[in-house]
Write a protein that binds this ligand. Sequence first.
Ligand SMILES: Cc1cc2nc3c(=O)[nH]c(=O)nc-3n(C[C@H](O)[C@H](O)[C@H](O)COP(=O)(O)OP(=O)(O)OC[C@H]3O[C@@H](n4cnc5c(N)ncnc54)[C@H](O)[C@@H]3O)c2cc1C
Length: 331
Amino acid sequence: MAKVIIVGCGVAGPALAIFLKQLGFNPVIYERTKGFADAGLSLLLQPNGLKVLSLLPGLFAALPGKNIVSMSSYSTLEEDPGLLGKNDVPADMPEAFGYPMRGVRRTELIRLLINTAEAQGISIRWGHRLSNVEQNEAGVTATFSNGFSDTGAFLVGCDGLHSATRAALFGEEPTTFLELTQTGGISPTPSDMLDHAYVINWCGNGAHMMAYPISDTHTSWAITLREGEGRETWRAVDQHEAETIKRSSIAQWGFGASELIKTAEKIVKFGLYDRPELHSWHKGRIVLLGDAAHPTPPVCLRVNTRPSSIPHAKDSILVKAQTRHSKTFIT
Ligand SMILES: Cc1cc2nc3c(=O)[nH]c(=O)nc-3n(C[C@H](O)[C@H](O)[C@H](O)COP(=O)(O)OP(=O)(O)OC[C@H]3O[C@@H](n4cnc5c(N)ncnc54)[C@H](O)[C@@H]3O)c2cc1C
């Protein structure tokens, strides 16, 4: 059985390992963190993502989350608040594409992927940060910062936005800060939102918020703002910062936004980053997958900051998800 070294145990790493095991390979996952931890918030899985997950044996029936059935958007402009639009497109997705749209807590999805991989005998080696890769005609050798090294027939870099595999293959390059930050949280679903699983967008002056349920009881939300600085972290903010966010002007928005922000059980804040497109995602026996190959911002927004200059304020709000750059799941 050819050994395949997989670097990174996020979403792509364990999913790939399960596929490779099915095909008769011997995958081994190396992950830099010391063990599994609760990090980040949620993913909005689209039908194509769910279709891939449905191909992983034993996983789909246990998939956490909540199927989405409709979408609505509100203007929160002081001078012109109200409903912008509503549709039931997500309710038609199972018939149109075979799978729904589903909100999941990221930690629960990854835990399930890890459990499924381990149940199939796939080894996950925690605490191994890839530092270098070398390849020749016979195989690939990965070296880790703890001094350990391993050789396989192939290596797949599933090591995310800051991929060391990518740097080793194509050289170091800086990430591009998009001058956008996201502040997100997980909150108990307000009682008047419990009856209907919908994605909600709130469009304000230079700000946008999105929310969707991730279980029968909880909703994940994220506010996107233009800001000059943003950290690249998925860790929860401290209590002081959380209180500041709960007192911010967006925490006064209507149509359910305020309650979600003020009742958050966990809040994270992070900058949005991108990388230049690569001409190739592989070289010899090494290939990149997921964010290592093609990181994409969760959502790309253009919000008109001077609505009064346009006669009808609601027409001035342009929230545009770029199809080329938006990923299949959204924070
Ligand atoms: C902790 C965390 C939380 C996130 N939370 C969210 C979220 O709430 N919402 C959202 O939309 N997106 C989130 N993301 C990003 C999202 O998971 C990815 O955009 C997407 O799932 C693509 O998955 P991926 O497997 O390619 O990369 P990732 O999910 O980023 O996984 C990459 C993995 O590689 C590991 N790794 C990195 N460098 C090395 C190295 N040198 N050696 C070994 N291992 C390495 C990382 O620790 C990580 O486990 C998060 C990413 C991380 C790492």
